[in-house]
Write a protein that binds this ligand. Sequence first.
Ligand SMILES: C[S@@+](CC[C@H](N)C(=O)[O-])C[C@H]1O[C@@H](n2cnc3c(N)ncnc32)[C@H](O)[C@@H]1O
Length: 278
Amino acid sequence: MRRGGLQRSMDLEDDEAIFDDLHFWEAIEEEELFRLISAESNRATVIESLRLLTPDPLWTERIIKFVENGSVETRCVLSWLAFHLKPRNYLEIGVRRGFSMAVVARQSPKVKIYGFDKWVRRYGGVANPGSDFVRSELLKVGFRNQVQFFCGDSHCLLPLFFGKRKPNLLERIKYRHKFRNRPCEFDLMTVDGDHSLLGAYQDLSDVMPHCRIGGVVVFDDIVPPDPTRDALGELGDDPEGWGTLLGVWKEIKLKFPNFRYFEYLREPPGVGLAVRLR
Ligand SMILES: C[S@@+](CC[C@H](N)C(=O)[O-])C[C@H]1O[C@@H](n2cnc3c(N)ncnc32)[C@H](O)[C@@H]1O
């Protein structure tokens, strides 16, 4: 525990660091947590960060408006966590143009970042230019620390990254240097890549065992149903009858009872947090 006590932690709106403090996570009410996250100062920081980035023709203004209106958005959650957790490392599945990553990087400039994306072309109707572009976006928010990108399918790369699958010869050559010194536990992780039911379940299942105690996994888009997503058939096959990403999240709660779960479900897109307690 870096600095003690629930009372101390509860006053946190503009304050610096809190917690490796499990008491905080055990005691805080869900509503109180989202009240802290939607504090004006945090929302202002998110908006500032997004304004430093290359405008995304479709999403920048939409997200900013949403945040201005006081809604809890994934970037607000990440900004707040990055500031208070002071993560040493951050893993992100689904980087796209780097909105979430830039917000974390700006709030926690010493963090080491590991990003996974297969950079689906024109994801969500907007150019998805890839890792070099995101690297330059991170410079715009003043980030100068280590960032590594893994370009490809997360379902193939994560088991390799975490040593659950043996690399073939090509992979051994390709990743030998990149995988050297990789952490096996992370302080902060975001799962926002494959939005199919089975794919999201797989990504969560791959990363959750590698969250450190006191660390947090953030999962975007849990409020169903986004009709445009459904129309795109993004949810894919549903052999288990989960129905939506919220159904996936509920299944993950059963699978990993050693986490405490928080959910913001008031409006789409919705966001979930899983905090590892033991
Ligand atoms: C919703 S966007 C991520 C948004 C990002 N977190 C942000 O803050 O802007 C989803 C990203 O996941 C990527 N993606 C989709 N399926 C994937 C997969 N199986 N493996 C890796 N990346 C994937 C897409 O290329 C896209 O860039």
